[in-house]
Design a protein around this ligand. Structure first.
Ligand code: C2E
Ligand code: CA
Ligand code: CA
Ligand code: CA
Length: 279
């Protein structure tokens, strides 16, 4: 019953989308979507596996098409990346996330870290640093509350350039996370030079836990590696109590997934926040 109400989790099918937007380029449809406020952020809570407390949240973009309903980011992000619209869209996401988080703080709520996904097209030295600086200054959100997620494959595509960008971002005081870890063929020698705070183990490894012994070993090994490098570990796609318990045992820091919560609209996310302790 509760799930039935959360219609935002059901995406329109690829066929429907392709058919509907064929007469109008998806690019135009997306531009229109941005102007018409059809884009929205949802927030997926992340929990500290030791204390059970809310530890953070990840912002995920949603496109509410008036006729098609909800279109998955997996469908429109690649197109927005191809035509470059992702830069404006990513900028919107950053600003929306920072402003929303700061509004919560101004309303007297305790706001944990808020993580935003970055596309490969945003991952350019000057562009990105300026975007981040502006989003922070115009919202007033303290930098340490913003976390930037970059996928392992984006980083590894051009490691040397990535290290430079990540270093500049670190200077701003934001937190850096490597996303979808385990899927991007990092070599360890390259990996160790990256100034990262958080490692997100890809859902594909969590899926097999605890039944698939290989996945268990891989997840455990990634956690040991991360800890030795001083990073905290987030397991994504945690769907069952069994997965959660094993991750806890392995010493995983933070869990995110349907077991805890679906991504939530801003108002529902706000409902999970506690009043800040004033002093
Ligand atoms: P991601 O960064 O790996 O995000 C996690 C995805 O897993 C989200 O899908 C989330 O809803 C889903 N998820 C969370 N918990 C569970 C679970 O327990 N089980 C399963 N099966 N899935 C779970 P979503 O929101 O459809 O986003 C898909 C991808 O689109 C994201 O993958 C990310 O790569 C991209 N994306 C989403 N929002 C943005 C954005 O604002 N900017 C950029 N550049 N990419 C975005
Ligand atoms: Ca992510
Ligand atoms: Ca991920
Ligand atoms: Ca993933």
């Amino acid at each position: 019953k509760e799930l039935g109400k959360n219609t935002y989790q059901f995406y329109a099918t690829e066929m429907n989308v392709a058919h509907h937007v064929s007469h109008l380029s998806l690019e135009n449809a997306l531009r229109f979507a941005m102007e018409r406020k059809q884009l929205q952020l949802v927030y997926q809570p992340q929990y500290d596996l030791l204390t059970g407390q809310l530890a953070g949240m990840e912002c995920l973009i949603r496109w509410h098409h008036p006729e098609l309903g909800l279109i998955s980011p997996a469908q429109f992000i690649p197109i927005a990346e191809e035509n470059g619209l992702i830069v404006a869209m990513g900028d919107w996401v950053l600003n929306e996330a920072c402003h929303t988080a700061q509004q919560w703080r101004l309303a007297g709520l305790e706001v944990p870290r808020i993580a935003v996904n970055l596309s490969v097209r945003q991952f350019k030295p000057l562009l990105l640093v300026n975007q981040i600086k502006l989003a922070l200054s115009s919202s007033g959100l303290p930098a340490h509350l913003l976390e930037l997620e970059v996928t392992e494959s984006v980083i590894m595509k051009r490691v040397h350039e990535a290290v430079e960008i990540l270093r500049e971002l670190k200077l701003l005081g934001v937190k850096l996370a490597i996303d979808d870890f385990g899927t991007g063929y990092s070599s360890l020698s390259q990996f160790k030079v990256l100034p990262l705070d958080v490692l997100k183990i890809d859902r594909s490894f969590i899926e097999g836990i605890p039944s698939d012994q290989d996945d268990v070993v891989i997840a455990e090994t990634i956690m040991i590696l991360a800890r030795k490098m001083g990073m905290s570990v987030v397991a994504e796609g945690v769907e069952t109590a069994k997965q959660m318990q094993l991750l806890q045992k392995m010493g995983c820091d933070v869990g995110q997934g349907y077991f805890f919560s679906r991504p939530l609209p801003a108002l529902e996310m706000q409902g999970l926040l506690k009043p800040a302790l004033s002093d």
